[in-house]
Design a protein around this ligand. Structure first.
Ligand SMILES: *Cc1c(COP(=O)(O)O)cnc(C)c1O
Length: 376
């Protein structure tokens, strides 16, 4: 089965095979392996040894995002309480806002359509209007619609205004450029094991400035989600240590995926492959008479959405089932207000797989009786 969902992604056989072992996470042989993963990730993020730390957390991407929010934004009702500005241009921005509110952090929303990235000028205006905003929370690649928010340009504005930034790079890290040492306003850039690095699900990671993590001690209001405690544990027990049982097989497999990522040329090579996947999909979809959700100018390289054809024969689950019978699995839901369907361009897939998927889409639309010219 070809998995074309925006995570967990299609993985290489050797990455999956690495899961089939028993490992004691506290074993001294695993210690250096885990340390090496943390150091490599810090380097991929543009971090500097001694100045930036890789702080992993068990669980899904939402967990590491919540941990970053709790750890770096002082809660409401306390002296120096923070306020988080979020440009609301997609489903993951909505999710960040909910995570922050439920953690008792004040949220300021900046309305923005999900068909384009927020502009640095819009962020500047919002920051000027509310001096109490301490942080800006930005989703780098908005997986709900496929757009990209320009994190380096937004970061420059945040820096100018003397505020801090939290970057949800879950579907971007390893594909879109990111350089932590050039963005000192960033408190945390967060991502998971199962997206653009092409590992299996189970872990989230935050790369953070050490100085900021030290200042964050005691602020999370949660032991599980306290990145300052993850850091303190590493200081005390070593960078190969864990606080709680990790998904150790997923971590081991992730180390192999990460080495493959680096050997293939790292972020620029991955971006080039995903961009090409996306271009073939976007153009191929149009050739089938499908209407892309985004203008090409706004289309990021991670995921492409198409409007669902307005045809009585089309139903999303029926389409997904018909594709599945042809060996391709896509999401059976959409995060946009308008009915769309979405196809991931990430994972261990290249042009051949995307062309195979386009063939499957043609077959599925035919089976559903959707005359392709009606779909445009
Ligand atoms: C996948 C994703 C997440 C995390 O999702 P989980 O299901 O919690 O792993 C967060 N943000 C973005 C932009 C994502 O694409």
């Amino acid at each position: 089965m070809l998995l074309l969902i925006p995570g967990p992604v299609q993985t290489r056989p050797e990455v999956r095979a690495a899961m089939a072992v028993d490992i004691a996470p506290w074993d001294r042989d695993f210690f250096p392996e885990y340390i090496a993963i943390r150091e490599k990730l810090r380097d991929v993020a543009g971090g500097v040894a001694g100045q930036h730390a890789c702080l992993p957390l068990q669980g899904a991407g939402h967990f590491i995002t919540e941990a970053a929010i709790r750890s770096f934004i002082p809660p409401q009702g306390q002296p120096g309480a923070g306020r988080l500005l979020i440009p609301m241009n997609g489903a993951y921005a909505e999710r960040m806002a909910r995570l922050a509110r439920e953690a008792g952090r004040a949220v300021v929303t900046l309305p923005c359509p999900d068909t384009r990235g927020v502009t640095p000028a819009e962020i500047a205006l919002a920051l000027a209007a509310d001096p109490a905003i301490s942080h800006v929370g930005v989703v780098y690649s908005e997986t709900g619609s496929g757009i990209v928010n320009d994190v380096p340009a937004i970061g420059a504005v945040v820096r100018e205004h003397g505020r801090r930034m939290i970057v949800d790079a879950v579907s971007a890290f390893g594909a879109l450029p990111f350089d932590l040492k050039a963005q000192p306003e960033v408190d945390a850039v967060v991502f998971t094991s199962n997206k653009c690095i092409e590992g299996l699900p189970g872990l989230g990671f935050a790369i953070c400035p050490v100085e900021r993590v030290e200042q964050a001690a005691g602020q999370a209001g949660s032991w599980s989600f306290d990145l300052a405690d993850v850091y303190a544990t590493a200081q005390r027990a070593g960078w190969g240590s864990f606080r709680f049982t990790p998904p150790v097989q997923a971590l081991h497999a992730f180390g192999i995926a990460l080495d493959i990522f680096l050997a293939e040329g790292g972020q620029p090579a991955r971006l080039a492959r995903y961009r090409e996947n996306c271009r073939i999909l976007y153009e191929g979809g149009r050739a089938l008479g499908l209407k892309p959700y985004l203008d090409w100018k706004q289309q990021g390289p991670i995921i492409a959405l198409f409007h669902q054809p307005e045809h009585p024969g089309f139903g999303l689950q029926r389409f997904v089932d018909a594709l599945k019978r042809r060996g391709v699995l896509i999401s059976n839901f959409h995060n946009t207000v308008e009915p769309t369907f979405r196809i991931g361009c990430i994972g261990h897939v290249g042009p051949d797989e995307i062309r195979f998927a386009l063939g499957a889409m043609r077959g599925a639309l035919d089976e559903l009786g959707v005359r392709r010219r009606d779909a445009a």
